[in-house]
Design a protein around this ligand. Sequence first.
Ligand code: TXD
Length: 319
Amino acid sequence: MARTKIALIGSGMIGGTLAHIAAQKELGDIVLFDIAEGIPQGKALDIAESAPIDGYGSRLKGTQDYKDIEGADVCIVTAGVPRKPGMSRDDLLGVNLKVMKAVGEGIGRYASNAFVICITNPLDAMVWALQKFSGLPHARVVGMAGILDSARFRYFLAEEFDVSVESVTAFVLGGHGDTMVPLVRYSTVAGVPLPDLVEMGWTTQERLDAIVERTRKGGGEIVALLKTGSAYYAPAASAIQMAESYLKDQKMVLPCAAHLTGQYGVEDMYVGVPIVIGENGVERVVEVKFTAEEKAMFDHSVAAVRELTDACVKLEPAL
Ligand code: TXD
């Protein structure tokens, strides 16, 4: 049987962390790709040198050549540039859109059977463009954001209630960014919804609202602390969960940026919704009912994503 191959396109902070986790979990052999010479090779070698100590058999390789991703089963894309001082969101969009073009073409040429997970920001627009540039089916191109956003929400809630993070489930929808929609009604401690917990006196509405707000700004909180970059441990863990659900056909229900074809009233856009990930990629989009207030928040978030995809089309009319 052929060995499973995982290609990491972009070998920066998240890419390197992805390689380390994937190796420790023995998810497959790992190819680190980056345009920066030496970085993917150095990280691959460093992680490979820890294998005798930790005892895993994954093989690692660093490369600047797309040919090396040939036949990959999973591709995880973090390639791009972060926002630098003086750079507008549109500047970032333009630069990373060009990166998605190169990456999409590389994947389309050498790894057209892969399950592709995009992490590059602005996430919902980049995964939408990446799918088009790669030509891969929508069911095999997804974006990572919701797992991270809900993990942050779960962590903050677990701290608030002094319970295990594993007893907390959370439901976060919409685009990745300040307009994301944490759904308190569907978020629970051991099945008990958050509004009930407020009634039971576990917390107050004000404290819950503050936790929702902290979740929305969770990425910025880490950037403000690190100063030189954005989060990478939790984003990498989130993408690995998606890859694992696909490779092991676990059929986990996970909040991800998925292509919508009418669900939630959205056409041809990638937006964060709960999906089932199994051996066929996105096997189902879970469509829940909204209250009027939730629908308004979701629509507002979708409009923000639409603005970004429209900006992509202006820059790349072929999209
Ligand atoms: O929830 C989410 N989706 C996110 C997204 C959470 C956290 C961070 N998020 C975004 O992920 C972040 O805004 C970035 O767009 C990506 C990757 O974050 P990371 O922290 O890993 O960024 P780095 O360390 O700058 O790494 C990016 C690498 C770097 O090594 C570049 O040399 C490389 O991308 N790069 C390229 N590789 C291949 N091909 C091309 N064209 C290319 N351009 C840059």
